[in-house]
Design a protein around this ligand. Structure first.
Ligand code: GLN
Length: 484
C-alpha cells in the first residue's frame, strides 16, 4: 500500500480493496519500523489515527465521504493540533499542548483525513537542512548521511521513506520546495493568502504559506482542494474562489509559454542539475509548450532582502515567547527580567537567536531606513520583475535547488552558505506567488527537483504542468532502496 500515491489509495478505499484501518495500521507499522533511523516524526498519534480511521471506514461504508476520507496524512509540527504537542521543532514549545487546531488541519480533517502524527522540522521553520530542530536532525532516506533539506525536511523524508502518503508543509523562503527537491517528492507553495495561516505558528507573517507535499502533482491537487479557501480567522487569507485543481490537471500543454530566466541557470550552477531542469523543459516542449528566454534582473537581491525582512518579522513574532504565558520557563527566576532572559536563552536555539538579533537590529532606530525599508524596496522590484515576466509567459521554470542533499554537518558553521540553499525559491515568497517543485532526475543517486512558478492564483496551471510532466516521466515514482 505504501508504494501507491494518495490518488491511488483513494481509489483503493473507494473500491474497498482495503479499509482505512488497514491502511492506517500499515503506515503506523512502517513508522515504528523506520522512524528510529530517519527521525522524520516528532510525535506519532497512533490512537487518534486509528479512531479517525474507524470513523472514516464507517463513513465510507455509508457510501459517503469527502476528498480525503480515510487517507493518512502527517502534519508539520508547526500546525497547532488540539490536545497534541505542537513543538515547532523548539525546546521553547516542547511542553506545549495546543488548545486549538490550525485551519489547515481542521479543513483536511473535515474532508476525512487521518492524522498519523507531526513531522520534524527546523526550529520555528528557520533552516534549510532540519539540523536546527531541538529533536535532532532528520536523515535523508536516499542517503542517511545527508540532510533532507528544510524546514519541512521531516515532511519530505516521511514521504520519501513512504511513512505517510501525504504531508503538509510550510514555505517562507523555500521550505516546501527545497526539501521536496532533495527527497524526490512534489511540493506546492500556494499563492500568499490562498491557504489560511490560522493556527500555524508564525515565522515571517508576510511570507509564510502552508501547502501540500506528496508523491505527485495529482496528490498535491487533491490536498490543496481540501486546504485552500478564505478563512475569517486569518485576515490575510484571500476571498477568491478555490480552483477546480483536480479537473485542471489533464489539460494539454499546447501553446503553453514557459519563461526560462537566465538567472536560474547561472554559469556557476552545477551542470548536472542544470541539465535535469533543461531535460524537463524539453519534455514539456515535446508536449507543445514554447520556451521563452527572459530575465528577472532583481532576483539576485532576493536572498539579502529576505534575510532582512524574514528576521525582522521573526523578531516581532517570537517576542510572544516570554516564559510567562506558555512554553519553556526557566527554573527559579529571581525577577521578571531574569525570567524573560533565561527562558528565552534556554528555550531558543542558536539559529533562532541569530534571526531575532538580526531582525531586532534591522528594525531599530537609525537602521530601519538603511536595512528594512531598503529590503522592502527590493521586494517591490522583485515583484515587478515577475509581473513583467507574466505579461509574456504562463509559467516560469528552473531548478529548485542549486545542489542535491548535502552531508549532515557540512554547513552548520556557515549560515550564509546555508542561506544560499534557497537562492532559487526565495523570490517567489517575496512576490507572494505560487510555485511547485517536482522530481526531475537524479545526480549521483540523489534526487533533483525542477520548479514551476505561476502567476497569482494559478495553482491549477502549475499543477497541470507538473502532472503532464509526471505522466511522461517516472522520477516521482522512485523509492529509496531501503524503503521499497
Ligand atoms: N531556509 C529559509 C530560512 O531558513 C526558508 C525557511 C522557510 O521557508 N521556512 O529562513
Amino acid at each position: 500500500m505504501h508504494t501507491k500515491t494518495l490518488t491511488e489509495l483513494r481509489a483503493g478505499l473507494a473500491a474497498r480493496e482495503f479499509s482505512s484501518r488497514e491502511l492506517t495500521e500499515h503506515f503506523l507499522r512502517r513508522i515504528r519500523q523506520f522512524d528510529g533511523e530517519i527521525n522524520s516524526l516528532i510525535t506519532v498519534t497512533e490512537e487518534q489515527a486509528l479512531a479517525q480511521a474507524d470513523a472514516a471506514d464507517a463513513t465510507l461504508a455509508r457510501g459517503e465521504g469527502g476528498l480525503l476520507t480515510g487517507l493518512p496524512v502527517a502534519h508539520k509540527d508547526i500546525f497547532c493540533t488540539e490536545g497534541v504537542r505542537t513543538s515547532c521543532g523548539s525546546r521553547m514549545l516542547d511542553n506545549f499542548i495546543a488548545p486549538y487546531t490550525a485551519t489547515v488541519v481542521e479543513k483536511m480533517a473535515a474532508q476525512g483525513a487521518v492524522m498519523l502524527g507531526k513531522t520534524n522540522m527546523d526550529e520555528f521553520a528557520m533552516g534549510s537542512s532540519n539540523e536546527t530542530s531541538f529533536y535532532g536532525p532528520v536523515k535523508n532516506p536516499w542517503d542517511q548521511e545527508r540532510v533532507p533539506g528544510g524546514s519541512s525536511g521531516g515532511a519530505a523524508a516521511t514521504l520519501a521513506a513512504r511513512l505517510a502518503p501525504a504531508a503538509t508543509g510550510t514555505d517562507t523562503g523555500g521550505s516546501i520546495r527545497q526539501p521536496a527537491a532533495l527527497n524526490g517528492v512534489t511540493g506546492l507553495k500556494p499563492t500568499y493568502g490562498r491557504v489560511s495561516r490560522w493556527g500555524m505558528i508564525a515565522f515571517a507573517s508576510s511570507l509564510d504559506q502552508a501547502g501540500p507535499m506528496g508523491l505527485s502533482a495529482a496528490d498535491c491537487a487533491l490536498m490543496l482542494a481540501a486546504m485552500a479557501g478564505h478563512d475569517d480567522k486569518d485576515s490575510t487569507s484571500l476571498d477568491e474562489p478555490v480552483g477546480d485543481y483536480l479537473s485542471d490537471l489533464n489539460q494539454n500543454l499546447e501553446g503553453l509559454r514557459i519563461g526560462v530566466p537566465e538567472e536560474f541557470f547561472p554559469d556557476t550552477l552545477d551542470g548536472a542539475i542544470a541539465d535535469s531542469s533543461r531535460d524537463a523543459l524539453r519534455e514539456l516542449e515535446k508536449q507543445g509548450a514554447k520556451l521563452v528566454p527572459l530575465s528577472l534582473p532583481s532576483i539576485n537581491l532576493s536572498v539579502p532582502a529576505y534575510y532582512v525582512i524574514a528576521p525582522a518579522e521573526a523578531s516581532s513574532n517570537l517576542s510572544r515567547f516570554d516564559g510567562v504565558r506558555y512554553g519553556h520557563r526557566c527554573d527559579d527566576p529571581v525577577d521578571l527580567l531574569d525570567l524573560y532572559k533565561r527562558s528565552r536563552s534556554e528555550g531558543f536555539g542558536e539559529e533562532v537567536k541569530r534571526r531575532i538579533l538580526v531582525g531586532t537590529y534591522a528594525l531599530s532606530a537609525g537602521y530601519y531606513d538603511a536595512y528594512y525599508r531598503r529590503a522592502q524596496q527590493v521586494r517591490r522590484l522583485i515583484r515587478d520583475d515577475f509581473a513583467r515576466a507574466f505579461a509574456e509567459v504562463d509559467v516560469i521554470m528552473g531548478p529548485t535547488s542549486p545542489e542535491t542533499a548535502f552531508k549532515i554537518g557540512a554547513k552548520v558553521d556557515d549560515p550564509i552558505n546555508m542561506y544560499m540553499a534557497d537562492v532559487f525559491t526565495i523570490a517567489v515568497n517575496l512576490a507572494g506567488l505560487p510555485a511547485l517543485s517536482m522530481p526531475s532526475g537524479f545526480v549521483n543517486g540523489l534526487p533533483v527537483g525542477t520548479q514551476v512558478i505561476g502567476n497569482y492564483f494559478q495553482e491549477g496551471r502549475i499543477l497541470n504542468v507538473a502532472h503532464r510532466y509526471q505522466l511522461a516521466t517516472d522520477w516521482h515514482q522512485r523509492i529509496p532502496g531501503a524503503f521499497a
